[in-house]
Design a protein around this ligand. Structure first.
Ligand SMILES: [Zn+2]
Length: 78
């Protein structure tokens, strides 16, 4: 299975779906808190932004590794 694809509508459609986009290091000019591990995402750190289709205003910033772990967990739980 290819390990790419920041946008995965098909796999997550039952939970409403997300828009997922990478944030390059040079674009990360604020500190965010990752909901996956509850630690800070530092300025200048490459990470991932996740926007639920059902609630576009509640975008979340995740460590890329945390988001991938979250996806793996939610798929494995089924
Ligand atoms: Zn994290």
């Amino acid at each position: 299975m290819p390990d790419h694809g920041w946008v995965d509508d098909s796999g997550l459609s039952d939970s409403g779906g997300f828009d997922v986009a990478p944030v390059q290091a040079y674009q990360a000019n604020k500190t965010y808190r990752c909901p996956g591990c509850n630690h800070e995402i530092r300025i200048g750190e490459h990470h991932t932004v996740v926007v639920p289709h059902s609630d576009p205003n509640s975008r979340r910033h995740w460590h890329s590794a945390c988001w991938r772990g979250e996806q793996r967990r939610s798929k494995g739980a089924r």
